[in-house]
Design a protein around this ligand. Sequence first.
Ligand code: BG6
Length: 477
Amino acid sequence: MEHRKIHSFPEGFLWGAATAAYQVEGAYREDGKGLSNQDILNGTNAFHDTAVTADFYHRYKEDIALMGEMGLKSFRFSVAWTRIYPDGKTLNRKGIEFYDDIINELLKYNIEPMVTIYHFDHPYELQKAYGGWYSDCMIEDYLRFARTCFEEFGDRVKYWLTICEQNNIVLYPDLIGGYLEDVDIDTWRMQVTRVMSLCSAKAINMCHEIIKDAKIGASYSFPPSYPASSSPDDVLAAMNENDFRDFYGMDLVYRARQNPWVIRYYEERGIDIRLTEEDMEILRSCRPDFIAYNYYRTNVAKGCPLESGQIQPGFNLTGKKGSITYPVFPGLYQGTGNAALEKSDWDWTIDPEGLRISLRMLYDRYAVPVMIVENGLGAYDQVEDGKVHDPYRIEYLKKHVEQLQLAVCDGIEVWGYYVWSFVDVMSTSNGYNKRYGLVYVDRTDSSPKELKRICKDSYYWYQELLKVNGNILDRRE
Ligand code: BG6
C-alpha cells in the first residue's frame, strides 16, 4: 500500500534504547547478588563471562548522562532477579537500592524507564532446586519477584514487560532456556511455554492491581516467516513456522486460545499439551495493554517431509557469512536463506520492510497497541582515531524507522521503538565480537581494558532523529 499522505509519529512516542541486566551490568557477585543460570552458563563458554561485561553497575551515571545528552525519551532495562532475590526466595535490599538509583537517575533527565522483569537470567538456585522454568514452582517465585518490582518501583515506573522472548527461550534451550538434558525437548518446550504464559498473565493482572496507571505487556521475538516460493507447500510451511514458533505462545496470553493444529501435532507425538480449565481461566482474565516484540530479521520456510531428520536451529558462532544452521522440523517446515535480501556477518537477513509486515501481522491479529522493544544491527565495529564510524548501522536503523513511519501511515497504533542496544552489550551468542550499541565500550572478550565509552556515529544520528520525533520521511501533505 502506497500512501498519498505521510503521517507523523504521535507526540510522546517512546524513542528508546535497551539493554538487559546480565549482558551489561557486570558486578555479578557484588552487594549480595546471587548467581543466575546465565552467570553459570557464560562462565564456561568460549567468548566471555558476566563478571564485568560493560560494567553498567558502576558506570550507570556516566551512561545515563549520555542518554540525557542524546535526548533519549525512554530506556528499557531488565532487573536482575538475583540482585533482588539472590537465591530466588530471600530479599536483598541492596538490589532494590541499585534499581532505585537507576530509575531516579533516568527521571532526572526526563527519560521514561521501561522495565523488563525477566530477561533470560533466573536464580541458579531455582534451576538446581526444581529445574527452573520446567516446574510450576517457578510461578510462585516469579510472582514474588514481580510483586516486589511493582511495589518498590511502581511509583516511578509506568511501562513494564513481563518476560522477554519466551518463544526464543524455548527455541534455543541451551543458550538461554535452562534446558534439562533428561527431559524430552518437545515436552520441555511446551511446559515452559505454559509456565511462562501463566506467569505473564498473572503478572499483568497483578501489575494493574498495584499500579493503577501502569501499562504492561509481554515481549516476544518475531521474525515473520516468508514462503520460499509460491508453491502451496512452502506457503503452508511458512504458516507452520509462524504458528508454532511465535503465534502459539502469543495466542495464549493475547487471546486465551490454544491453537488446535499445534495441539494435534503434539498429540500425534504422544504429548498432551491441552491446558486445564483453571489455566485457561487465568489466561482469559488477563488484559495486556500492548504487545511488544523484538525485530531484527525475517525467516524463510519451505515444506519439509515427515521422513526428514530433525535439526534444531543453531547460531552462527563465527561471524563468517554462511555458517548458520537452519532448523528442520519434519512435517512442519525447514528454514532456508533468502536470496532477495542482504545479510549481516552473522547471517541475519536485513529486511526493513519486514518490520512493517510484522507490525501489520501482530496488530491485525491481536488488536492492541504495539511496541518494538529491540531493533538493531550486530556488527564488527572498529575504533579509528578515537571514533567509531558505523554507516552500516545508521543505514539499517534509518531504513527500519522509515518502515515504522509507513506503518504509522497504515494506521497501526505503535507506542515505542527501542534500539538494541544503548551501549555495547555482551551478545548472547557472540560475546563482544558482535556489537549493537550506539555507544562503543572499549573492551574485548578476553580483556575488559578501560571500558571507555565512545559515542558512535549512530549515536549522533539517533540524536538528530529524536529532534524531529523520528519523522524522516518526506512530508507531502
Ligand atoms: C534478542 C535478545 O533476542 O537478541 C537480546 O533479547 C540479544 O538479549 C539480541 O542480545 C541479539 O542477539 P545476539 O545473539 O546477537 O546477542
